[in-house]
Every structure is written in C-alpha cells, then in structure tokens.
Ligand binder design. Structure first.
Ligand SMILES: *Cc1c(COP(=O)(O)O)cnc(C)c1O
Length: 424
C-alpha cells in the first residue's frame, strides 16, 4: 500500500531535490518508521520475557541493522556470511539466533563459536555434530491448520524442520547426549496478514512445544515463533493488529505452560522494515505497444518480487496528479518479459521524466537483487530520524560486477598439488 503519511510527509518535500542531485534509481528507507515498528512490537510484549530478532536476510544493510541492535533487537542469521555481518556489527552470544536449513558442519561450527542460539532444522544433522550448543532447539516442520503456504510448503512437501511426531524423540536424544537447556522453533506462516491464522500458527507451535516438553521430560527456556507476519502490499489490505497478535501469543503461552514461562522469541523481517522503504525510479520511456507502458530506470534486479512471484507492489507517480488515468505496465530494462513492476496498473498518464515510487521495498527488496544482464543493484539511502538523507550503500559499478572475474585465468590446484595442464 502507499507508504505511510508520516514517511511521505517527510520524504516528498525533499524528493525532487534528492533526485536532481543524486540521480535514480535508489531505495530509501525511513529510520523513524523502522524503529517505530520495532518499538511497537516490544511494547506489545511489555513485561513479558520476549525478544525480536530481525531476519537479516530481509534487509542486510549495516546501518539499518545497527539501528535495530542499538534498540535491543537481536539478529536472525541463516548463513555464514550473515553471521560474519552480525559479528562485524558487534552482535554476540544470544544477540544472534541461527536458524539455517541444509546446514554444513563448517557453518554450524561458526554459529557455535559465535555463541548463537542455534536451531537444528534436521535430526540427522543433529546426530552428526559432536559438540552441542548450550541450548538445544529443534525447528518443527510446518504442521497444523495454519500451515501450507507456497513459501514454506505444507507438512508433506516442506524442506523445513523436524516432523512434529519425531520431535519428542529428538529432545530425548539431546537429553541423553547431555543437553540441559532447550528451546523450540516453529515458523508456519509466510507474509500472513490474517490475524486469526497468524495467531493460530503461533499457538500451534506453543501447544506443540508444551506437549513435546512434557513427553520428553524437559523444560523449554524459549519458544521461537519465527517470522512470517505480513504487511499490506495492496491498498485494500488491512495491516495486522500486532497488539492483538501479541495478546494471542501470551494467552497461548499462559494456557500451555503453567509456572514455567518460556521466553517468546520472534524473527520478523518483513513486518519490521517492509513498509518503510520505497524504490525511487524515473520514467525513461513512454511506450505504446499492444499495451500502454512506462519504462523506468530500475529493473527487477533492484526488486525481484513482482517478476519472480507476481507479488503486488504499489506504484505511484507523486508529482503527476491531475492527469487522466491510463492502464499501463511499468517495466524495467532486463531482457526478460517478466521484468515488470506492475501489469495493467491504473496510473496518472506517465510521462518521460516522472518520478515513480515503487512501495514497500524495505524487506526482501534490494536484498533479493541480482546483477543479471549487467543491470546492477542500485544504492540504498536512509531518511534519518532527524530528517537527513544519507547514503548507506552506493550503487554497484562495473568494477564491482567484475571484481570476482579472473582476467588472467588461474590454475586450479588438484589433489596431486599441480594442475593437470601444468608441468610439475
Ligand atoms: C525468512 C525467514 C524469516 C523472516 O521472514 P519474514 O517474512 O521476513 O518475517 C524468519 N525466520 C526464518 C527461519 C526465515 O527463513
């Protein structure tokens, strides 16, 4: 949906000057909006043992991660490079949850060394590791009524987690191997906007955790209900009532756990930053083919979601009011027909030079970008709490694109120490 009135009210008066001085395209994020959402989440859980860990993959920009860390957020990492980034930002120990899947022994060791709260996604992998973390947690596969999205898969098709019916045995084995502290992880929904389904999904994990803990004779120190809360991408979507969601989660915890109240952890990414970013681009071609088209100077390499899974992102032309509406596609320059930010969208008739905003790019936007076709990723800017605009990632250049190329091919060492083509 259109960015918030507060974000628009602070951004739009500056936007034409920024575009004139800095050029397009770029993503710009609203620091005040991001920290405001984070604060509202912690306030909804005030007085309860709770911590939100921002899913680094949603927006892995150091400046944004630092804003959240400084306010008490943890970081949810799922890869060694994300762990490196967390370490560089000073996150240590239980500032980090490591929720990976198809994990390698080397990345597991890195998470262990960092002291992260580690979630085991798979029982066979758990059986293979020789050193257990201080707290052992398993991720439960999607289960229950709320499960079954395209992103997570249903119980029969998912690649994530330990099947629910095998969990108690996994915890018994952990106890046998000397583990004394336990958690559980379950992320059942993705981009979920329906409060009942989201609450049901969290309650399913909490109820299952209580059952499994009783069955295996353990106490759970935390229940991590993952991320997956949705944001309203479409103008008609209603935002999720987070306070009601928190009440449902606390209610389920109180119902299922008597005296022992495990901490509630969350790993939201999209919900925290998604609405607080916008891709700023300019119309460079106004085309009339079989359809009306506005060609912009960003392409899906800057925002993959519309082309990749047909995701809706609101588009606006903030300085084109008063023109007659047309129905147009908004397209990038990639040599792929799916490179369209919008298809058949009603807009004030776009003209070359117009500034176009593509909304809700604060999560899984720049981060999912790529460089196919040499269409490189654009810059990221931040509108600070004080109203300044700062660059927090420059646009990529030819040098970045070719930095990993070997202009002089190098021999690859073989087990025998020399390359087959080389004389010893
Ligand atoms: C992707 C992911 C998240 C964050 O998802 P959002 O939809 O951005 O909230 C959290 N936890 C895990 C394990 C994930 O894979």
């Amino acid at each position: 949906m259109p960015i918030s009135d507060e974000f628009a009210g602070r951004l739009l008066p500056l936007l034409q000057d920024i575009v004139a001085a800095y050029g397009t395209p770029f993503h710009i994020y609203d620091a005040r909006g991001i920290t405001g959402t984070y604060r509202a989440m912690t306030e909804a859980f005030a007085g309860e043992p709770y911590r939100q860990y921002f899913a680094v993959k949603a927006l892995p920009n150091p400046a944004v991660l630092s804003l959240l860390l400084a306010r008490g957020s943890g970081l949810d990492c799922a890869s060694p490079v994300e762990l490196d980034l967390a370490a560089r930002l000073g996150a240590t120990g239980d500032d980090i949850v490591f929720t990976s899947n198809n994990t390698s022994p080397a990345e597991y060791r890195q998470a262990l060394a960092a002291g992260a709260l580690i979630t085991f996604d798979d029982r066979a992998f758990f059986d293979r590791v020789d050193t257990l973390p201080g707290t052992v947690a398993f991720r439960v596969a999607p289960h229950g009524l709320a499960a079954g999205s395209a992103l997570m898969g249903d119980a029969a098709h998912t690649k994530f987690g330990v099947p629910a019916e095998e969990l108690a045995d996994a915890y018994r084995e952990a106890r046998r191997r000397g583990a004394t502290r336990f958690g559980i992880h379950g992320m059942i929904c993705a981009n979920e906007l329906d409060i009942d389904r989201a609450s049901r999904a969290a309650a399913d994990v909490i109820e299952l955790g209580a059952r499994v803990a009783a069955d295996a004779g353990i106490e759970l120190e935390y229940v991590n209900i993952g991320g997956g809360l949705g944001i309203p991408y479409r103008p008609e979507d209603k935002p999720l009532d987070f306070a009601a969601y928190a009440d449902a989660v606390i209610g389920a915890r109180d119902r299922c756990f008597g005296g022992n109240t495990p901490r509630i952890l969350m790993e939201c990414g999209r919900y925290v930053t998604g609405p607080h970013g916008v891709l700023v681009t300019r119309v460079i071609n106004r085309m009339r083919k079989a359809r009306e088209m506005a060609g912009v100077d960003a392409s899906m390499s800057a925002l993959m979601r519309p082309g990749f899974y047909g995701a809706y992102h609101h588009v606006s032309l903030p300085f084109a009011q008063g023109r007659p509406d047309v129905e147009a596609d908004v397209v990038g320059a990639l040599c792929e027909n799916m490179d369209k930010f919008a298809v058949g969208r009603t807009l004030p008739d776009p003209a070359v030079g117009d500034i176009a905003l593509i909304h809700d790019t604060g999560a899984h936007g720049h981060a999912m970008g790529f460089t196919y076709n040499g269409r490189l990723r654009p810059a990221e800017l931040l509108l600070t709490d004080g109203g300044d605009v700062v660059e927090i990632r420059r646009a990529e250049t030819f040098e970045d694109w070719t930095a990993t190329a070997r202009w002089q091919p190098r021999p690859v060492p073989t087990a025998r120490g020399t390359h087959p083509g080389q004389e010893a």
